[in-house]
Design a protein around this ligand. Structure first.
Ligand SMILES: Cc1ncc(COP(=O)(O)O)c(C=O)c1O
Length: 342
């Protein structure tokens, strides 16, 4: 029997043979002593690609985001984020517990514009009642927003307005390379306007572990200390960085995941018990509404053939990634049709 097609997340990919070979052959050293040449190579490449002075390899996107909060904010500060931001909802309360910040949500559906952001900035309050807004964080692409892209010019307008008000700007770019592939530009189209960015190697890019935080020399020097404080100092991390370098080579392949996500969305939109606008699917994430049955029930019914995740009380998420080819997608669609089109 064939294994089910796994569409739960783009984190489920296995390292490619090329990655495994690069990992086996990687030159390594103790990175806590700053002696791992492969980590250095990855960090240099990340800094170059994002137009920043420096970069830091971190174990996860969560740690990258949390270090950004620590470097930009003081305890009690207010951070602006889009609705359902990962840093606010899915990092186990770390923003409050570790950096001591609070979040204010701006806009609907994940993204917001410069005017909405400006209206949410807390003004100067000499009485001390109001927490100062010191950071705006943009998630691009937006996970709960269905992989939605914030276009570079919309982001540039937010960043310019934020800077004019003295705010720092961080991109949660866990899937920034998906945004780049969707817009046909490089990641610097966004990152050159930001103070810092975290991007993940272990999502659509397919590496087994790791994310990179990029910023100025000064910010990354501070970030280096916070990474150690959070237990993220790694030793012969070159074996992981080597996979990350391969993952960056493969970034152009993300357009294939986007094409398959759109094909899945179009197929789902034609099924009787589904509500979804395929035109809203911009990258590799497909979120659809199950109109007649509970998502948990549907996910259970198809689980022998395709793995998908309930995403709230009425919605289901499917994510395309490099380990799903056209044949596997066709099989997944057939299984979904049996349950959702009957
Ligand atoms: C938008 C976004 N940011 C950050 C993260 C955190 O990444 P990690 O799982 O590597 O901590 C995720 C993970 O899914 C994510 O979707």
């Amino acid at each position: 029997m064939l294994a089910p097609v796994d569409l739960r997340s783009d984190t489920v990919t296995r390292p490619t043979p090329a990655m495994r070979q690069a990992m086996a052959e990687a030159a390594v050293g103790d990175d806590v002593f700053g002696e791992d040449p492969t980590v250095h190579a990855l960090q240099s490449r990340a800094a170059l690609m994002t137009g920043h002075e420096a970069a830091l390899f971190v174990p996860s996107g969560t740690m990258g985001n949390q270090i950004a909060l620590l470097t930009h904010c003081r305890p009690g500060d207010d951070v602006l984020v889009g609705q359902h931001a990962h840093a606010c909802l899915y990092e186990s309360g770390a923003g409050a517990a570790i950096a001591g910040v609070q979040f204010t949500t701006v806009g609907q559906g994940g993204h917001f514009d410069a005017d909405q952001m400006q209206a949410a900035i807390h003004g100067l309050d000499r009485s001390g009642h109001v927490p100062p807004t010191t950071l705006v964080m943009v998630e691009n692409t937006h996970n709960r927003g269905g992989g939605k892209v914030m276009p570079p010019d919309a982001f540039a307008a937010i960043a310019a307005r934020a800077r004019a008000r003295g705010l720092a700007v961080h991109i949660d770019g866990a899937r920034l390379f998906n945004a780049a592939a969707a817009c046909g530009v490089g990641p610097a189209a966004w990152t050159r306007h930001a103070d810092t960015v975290t991007f993940c190697l272990s999502k659509g890019l397919g590496a087994p572990v790791g994310s990179v935080l990029c910023g100025s020399e000064a910010v990354i020097a501070r970030a280096h200390r916070y990474r150690k404080m959070l237990g993220g100092g790694m030793r012969q991390a070159g074996v992981l960085a080597a996979a990350g370098l391969c993952a960056l080579d493969d970034a152009p392949q993300l357009v294939d995941d986007h094409r398959r996500a759109r094909a899945l969305a179009e197929a789902l939109a034609g099924m009787k018990h589904v509500r979804l606008d395929p035109a809203a699917v911009q990258t590799n994430i497909v979120i659809f509404e199950a109109t007649d049955h509970a998502p948990v029930q549907i996910c259970g019914q198809v689980a022998d053939d395709v793995l998908i995740l309930p995403f709230g009380p009425r919605h289901i998420r499917a994510v395309l990634h490099r380990d799903v080819d056209d044949g596997m997608l066709a099989r997944a669609i057939e299984a979904l049709k049996d349950v959702l089109d009957g």
